[in-house]
Design a protein around this ligand. Structure first.
Ligand SMILES: C[S@@+](CC[C@H](N)C(=O)[O-])C[C@H]1O[C@@H](n2cnc3c(N)ncnc32)[C@H](O)[C@@H]1O
Length: 274
């Protein structure tokens, strides 16, 4: 067990819940010094206390131990020879190009870039691209793909839960990622992206939508608590004050993981007023 990591998770969750070290300690019937030692990494919680600690912090034992099933899942998919999602750019990339053609190196941010097919495509077209993903294996594949195509992309590993842009982008792009955001996080997250978009810039996003007649994809993330499909139309509502270029919902066939299945997806390309 990585003491510091576990301590960091405990402190983060405790603070998010607005608890003092003393309050957490009392609920566990231990001293606040014990909590303090966990948080500064000089000791780790006894295995017997983990279930109660996870319960008090509204989290899981996996998360307390720094294990993220989503990361492990995607690392496994990307630690292979081929490209799990193929190399064909997402069709939204072409819509983006029609709206903001690369007459100058517009700054693009690709959130959850996976193995980098879309980020590399944008870079090849002349955009100035920054891209991140939580999977290190994905980032390494993406860097290889950029090298192979002789383009530079600023790839880095980051978690959408912690990352917030510290600069403005002309184009913020994300495909197939936002279902990892919980319902409570989405509005604030979208508002933050909007605030970090230049005037006249665009956000091009798609989200998986829950429909009672579409079965769960066989290769979807196994951890039920980590997937939060969106309500039909929810994404559009967060951008009600921007101009819509593309706003559509569609059901499509998919063969990822080698098993045919369907998804329902809402896609939005919206532009911030000049
Ligand atoms: C369905 S794949 C889409 C990948 C890529 N956008 C594409 O279309 O090829 C979802 C991606 O989201 C990434 N992801 C999942 N949770 C994440 C998080 N918390 N922060 C950043 N990326 C995350 C996964 O590692 C994975 O690469």
């Amino acid at each position: 067990m990585d003491n510091l990591k576990t301590g960091e998770v405990i402190m983060k969750r405790r603070k998010e819940l607005g608890l003092t070290q003393n309050q957490l300690a009392q609920s566990l019937n231990i001293s606040f010094q014990a909590v303090s030692k966990w948080e500064n990494g000089t000791a780790h919680p006894d295995i017997a206390i983990l279930p109660k600690l996870a319960q008090e912090l509204h989290t899981t034992i996996d998360a307390l131990l720094g294990y993220n099933s989503v990361v492990a899942d995607y690392d496994n998919r990307y630690n292979t020879e081929g490209y799990y999602w193929g190399l064909t750019p997402n069709l939204i990339c072409y819509d983006v190009m029609r709206i903001l053609p690369p007459i100058r190196p517009y700054r693009v941010l690709d959130i959850g870039c996976g193995e980098g097919k879309d980020a590399v495509f944008f870079a090849k077209c002349g955009y100035d691209v920054t891209a991140f993903d939580v999977s290190q294996a994905g980032i390494e594949k993406a860097q290889k793909l950029a090298g192979h195509n002789k383009v530079g992309v600023r790839f880095f590993k980051a978690d959408v839960f912690d990352y917030r842009p510290d600069t403005e982008f002309d184009i913020i792009f994300s495909s197939g990622v936002f279902h990892f955001l919980t319902k409570g996080q989405r509005e604030e997250f979208c508002e933050n992206l909007k605030a970090h978009t230049t005037k006249g810039g665009i956000n091009a996003l798609n989200v998986f939508v829950k429909k009672p007649f579409i079965k769960r994809a066989p290769d979807s993330t196994r951890d039920e608590n980590k997937r939060h499909p969106w309500r039909s139309g929810e994404l559009f509502g967060y951008y009600h004050d921007w101009m819509f270029h593309v706003c559509k919902e569609e059901v499509f066939d998919c063969n990822s993981g080698g098993k045919p299945h369907q998804h329902c997806m809402d896609t939005l390309i919206a532009q911030k007023k000049m």
